[in-house]
Design a protein around this ligand. Structure first.
Ligand code: 13P
Length: 259
């Protein structure tokens, strides 16, 4: 049984002091994440403040939105996995479509970033997803399989089992137009098949696959009805404490009813 995972991707939002106020209110509203995991990914500049506010024993997991693949060196402006680990991060996003589209993150880089995260004991969440053009031209599976095979190349078990995949169709991100479960589920199945091909069927069964793209407290239950969908990567709806707290409560109460 895979533990469901709800991750808030803050993107470039909240100063450190705003982050502290947010986390105080969120943890006042959500005192128990029973049965699921919840992760927060503040910007780099707020990670320390959020770690301190959560405290070492918090049930909320702390993650970063990106990392560089070298551990130290002359890489002006970059942040390494070692630095994130030292700040108390437990996981890190890799290859978000905004990184791929706006900052040149390419498959070869996501691979090095996944390897660096694993080396530092951080759980990578590898983000994959097709553009509308890919989908309309029937290339969804080709594009996502390429992103998976490149990002996860050569990673054997058990390291592969520590990786989480986030399926985020680019056309659903920030548009208010979430994929339907009928659109998402076949892609999740294809991703799981691909992971099984890479790491064997046991690994394929254990890796978590999240959905992301316009997830809100209103539609999260629709996704979690499917046992193919192991949680969500949430953008806009994670930025306000009450909406994210509601989303978490709905996720705690949602159980899969379909295969
Ligand atoms: P939205 O939930 O705002 O569509 O963002 C999704 C996302 O990119 C999460 O990583």
């Amino acid at each position: 049984m895979r533990t469901r995972f709800i991750v808030g991707n803050w993107k470039m939002n909240k100063t450190a002091s705003e982050a502290v106020a947010f986390v105080r209110e969120l943890t006042r509203q959500v005192t128990d994440c029973s049965g699921i995991q919840v992760g927060l990914t503040p910007p780099f500049t707020a990670l320390h403040a959020v770690r301190e506010t959560l405290g070492p024993a918090s049930t909320f997991l702390l993650g970063a939105q990106n990392l560089y693949w070298e551990d130290t060196g002359a890489f002006t402006g970059e942040i390494s996995g070692a630095m994130l680990k030292d700040l108390g991060c437990q996981f890190v996003l890799v290859g978000h479509s905004e990184r791929r589209q706006q900052f040149g993150d390419q498959d070869a880089w996501t691979h090095k970033k996944v390897l660096a995260a694993i080396r530092q004991g951080l759980q990578p969440i590898l983000c994959v997803g097709e553009t509308l053009q890919d989908r309309d031209s029937g290339q969804t599976d080709v594009v996502i399989q390429r992103q998976l095979r490149a990002g996860l190349a050569g990673i054997g078990t058990p390291a592969l089992e520590a990786v989480t995949i986030a399926y985020e169709p680019v056309w659903a991100i920030g548009t208010g137009r979430a994929a339907s479960t009928e659109q998402a589920v076949p892609v999740h199945r294809m991703i799981r098949r691909t992971i099984s091909e890479l790491g064997g069927s046991d690994t394929g069964r254990r890796v978590r696959i999240l959905y992301g793209g316009s997830v809100t407290q209103k539609n999260i239950a629709d996704f979690l009805v499917s046992e193919e969908i192991d949680g969500a990567l949430v953008g806009g709806a994670c930025l306000e404490p009450t909406s994210f707290a509601t989303l978490i409560q709905v996720a705690i109460g949602s159980h899969p009813t379909t295969a």
